[in-house]
Design a binder for this molecule. Structure first.
Ligand code: GRF
Length: 189
């Protein structure tokens, strides 16, 4: 059973979907740790409610990215983490963690990459006028949402689509796709 850490900076609905999938037996993994860079994030409450330990930090309390990633790495080792799942973690992973975890870091992004990388992918898709967008799960490399694609699912943008209605569709897809894709990945690696 894969020992994973989930990194999140916000509400953590994907964190919750992964927790629920582990509890229901849909996802064969053990969630060892939440890593969160925002002390007020709601995801911390979700971790508490599920009895999952959290490492919460503020980047500005450290001298450099290398310094906070070294602190994160110590926690990951302490909890025996083998695999990192990014779920709304609003920072680029730096060389310190990339070197240690190499191909064992994945991310979920709310667009069909390589379209609309970076922030506000949902807003970018709406603005652009595309009729199809979606969700991508990919390996993480040093770039912004550039690593090899693992899985994608499409979403149709309707005529009267708003940002919040599209966000809702994206979340609904993400909450099924992420646990399913992780499970397939863990069964084959
Ligand atoms: C998700 O839409 C994910 O694709 C993106 O950030 C959002 C996080 O949402 N990377 P939540 O915190 O899991 O609710």
């Amino acid at each position: 059973m894969k020992r994973i850490a989930i990194f999140s900076s916000g509400s953590g609905s994907n964190f919750q979907a992964i927790v629920d999938a582990v509890q229901s037996g849909e996802l064969d993994a053990s969630i060892k740790l939440l890593v969160c860079d925002q002390p007020d994030a709601f995801v911390i409450e979700r971790a508490k409610a599920s009895g999952i330990p959290a490492f919460v930090f503020r980047a500005k309390d450290f001298e450099s990215k290398d310094a906070f990633e070294t602190a994160i790495h110590e926690e990951l080792v302490l909890h025996g983490v083998e695999f990192i799942v990014l779920a709304g973690y609003m920072r680029l992973i730096g060389s310190t963690l990339l070197e240690k975890y190499a191909t064992n870091i994945v991310n979920i992004h709310p667009s069909l990459l390589p379209a609309f990388p970076g922030k506000d992918a949902i807003g970018q898709a709406l603005q652009s006028g595309v009729k199809i967008t979606g969700v991508t799960i990919h390996y993480v490399d040093a770039g912004m949402d550039t690593g090899p694609i693992i899985e994608q699912e499409c979403i149709r943008i309707t005529k009267d689509e708003t940002k919040s209605s599209l966000q809702e569709k994206v979340h609904r897809i993400e909450h099924g796709l992420y646990p399913r894709t992780l499970n397939t990945l863990f069964q084959t690696s």
